[in-house]
Design a protein around this ligand. Sequence first.
Ligand code: DP6
Length: 363
Amino acid sequence: MTEQDFIPKPYSKTLENGSVNWSSPSNIALVKYWGKKEHQIPENPSISFTLDHCKTTTTLSFSKKETSDSFSFDVFLDGEQKDSFKSKIETFFKRIECYLPFLRDYHFKIETSNTFPHSSGIASSASGMSALALCLMSIERNLSSALEETDKYFNQKASFLARLGSGSACRSIEGDLIVWGAHKEIDGSSDLFGVKYPHGVHQNFKNYQDTILLVDKGKKQVSSTVGHDLMHNHPFAIRRFEQAHENMSKLINIFKNGDVDAFVKIVESEALTLHAMMMTSMPYFILMKPNTLEIINKIWAYRNKTNSKVCFTLDAGANVHVLYPENEKETVLEFVKNQLVEYCQNGHYINDQIGFGAQQIGE
Ligand code: DP6
């Protein structure tokens, strides 16, 4: 598939108005996307677990306008108008306009809500952009004849569009393991959209658990977009991008044979490498907080003392994702309550697990 394949044929139907509704989850990367080329093309492949409980629900209402000269939309979060979201959505619309030629023909009302608090430090861009992309695809499907759009095309194009809103959002359409970025050992993998991980996955990795420790709910000092940019001319960038390819190759075997110890090593190394890239950028920055390190040390001590396979990963912030197999659910939750909650802001954490992707709620 190329970009051209996502430019639709002239639509066969017309629509005056209507409303579509999707909920779409967040995801947590195991091999990280950090660094991109023009047009949201990743510098390296990444793979993520789709989450289940952390999600965004979006209702997109549309009504035909008199003229098609500019984009017209209003955004609401939990019922409150959010003009601060508009510039990001305007940029998104500009990027996807040639793939969705109806965008200027309608006024849109975007009503969105998250299952997690907006100020939790959990990125809502993956779930938010994927939910919006899916709503737009539902409108496109209603404008096209049914025969033109298979489910596969629908999901691929939704992921392709979501990527243009926020890179990691392209991994939220489906589940439970999604690869984005071309990798030589993963057939069908693409820089343009996420695909379901095609190889065997051992039972040990089914229903994996993710407890998200909310260490710092404040706004990040450096956005992901700025962080990605700092990978241009970064002294370690080339080697880092190679390493991501190598880690993907190693994970293929690990997923197949169920080697959770080897999984832990790759996942924790990826998390620390991501933050090492931030610390060695120019300008350099640190997104971890003292409590992030306290938690990491507690996890290592717990693993040394017990047979636990619990491990951590981080995204571009201070929060810690605690990952563990389903059969350790009770013991790890005890450990979290007894030893880790004290490092969370206001004692807040979210219990989540692997999920299976976005869902249409109604039309
Ligand atoms: C650290 O997808 O938020 O979470 O494409 O600029 O919107 P943009 O960036 P974004 O970057 C996420 C980076 C990450 C790692 C990952 O999810 O792979």
